[in-house]
Design a protein around this ligand. Structure first.
Ligand code: ADE
Length: 273
């Protein structure tokens, strides 16, 4: 692998010693040594870290609590023009990423990672994929890291997906121009679940989502705005009543907006879970 292109950018590792106190490093050497990592295969490495470099995820990146490498797909392209795609077999519009090119990029990305896909899944962001959800975020956060292939064309040669047991993942029923934004969505939802990344807030929010209901409405000061008052119960100081009001609102909103979640919630309750 010595002459293979190396990941073109690295974040979240060198800054560990610089930004954490020595005492903290001594307390948690194992976790820091094996921080969760994303290896991202893309034609646009400059798209990363993007939004993930800001706010809480950006701080966690600087602190080495997670990290990423980008692998420039073009480096593995064929010929003078470093072509990465070709016309679809059988005809049709658009282009298809070549298996030899993507395969070489995946081999490079996998260097030094566990072979067990449960420990290090390989994902391909695609509208054709399995819908991404909180349960998948939880599963990915439990891995040591992930490799993510970002597409920009009609698709990828199916053989490479089969050969490397690649999981196709969709972030919703719409078509993006490329997989980079989708990858950032997936990484954001995953790293906020890592122990110590965002503190307690994430686990509290996660808990409320794992009940399978949407959030109840929230209010804050002023008590009246544009002729609208805060629902009286919330200013009553009666915690029991506030709890049941919030629960009712959650159920009402879930039933109205997400019949699929509501059905799943009801059948879970019937099972006594
Ligand atoms: N690439 C293009 N559209 C996408 C989607 N909806 N989800 C994941 N990756 C994509």
């Amino acid at each position: 692998m010595s002459d293979a292109p190396t990941p073109s950018r690295s974040h979240g590792r060198l800054s560990i010693a610089a930004s954490l106190k020595p005492r903290v490093l001594m307390e948690e050497p194992a976790r820091l040594a094996a921080a969760w990592r994303a290896r991202i295969i893309t034609l646009f490495p400059e798209a990363f870290p993007g939004i993930l470099g800001l706010s809480l995820t950006g701080r966690a990146l600087d602190e080495g609590k997670w990290g990423y490498d980008t692998i420039q797909l073009r480096d593995f392209g064929i010929g003078k023009h470093r072509n990465v795609d070709d016309t679809p077999a059988g005809g049709g519009a658009g282009m298809v990423l070549r298996p030899d090119v993507v395969g070489a990029a995946i081999e490079t990305a996998q260097a030094g990672t566990p072979r067990d896909r449960a420990l290090w899944p390989i994902l391909y962001m695609s509208p054709r994929g399995k819908p991404f959800d909180q349960a998948m975020a939880r599963r990915l956060a439990g891995a040591q890291g992930v490799t993510i292939l970002c597409g920009r064309f009609e698709g990828v040669d199916e053989r490479v997906l089969e050969h490397y047991q690649v999981e196709e993942v969709s972030i919703g029923d719409f078509v993006l121009t490329g997989g980079e934004l989708a990858a950032q969505v997936l990484i954001d939802a995953t790293i906020r679940l890592l122990p110590g990344v965002l503190g307690n807030q994430a686990s509290t929010e996660e808990e409320s989502f794992s009940h399978g209901l949407l959030e109840h409405p929230q209010y804050t000061r002023p008590a009246e705005w544009q002729g609208r008052a805060i629902p009286e119960v919330l200013t009553s100081g009666h915690h029991g009543k506030i709890e049941s009001w919030r629960r009712e609102m959650s159920e009402e909103i879930t039933r109205a907006r997400r019949p699929d979640l509501w059905e799943a919630h009801i059948s879970q309750q019937k099972k006594g879970k």
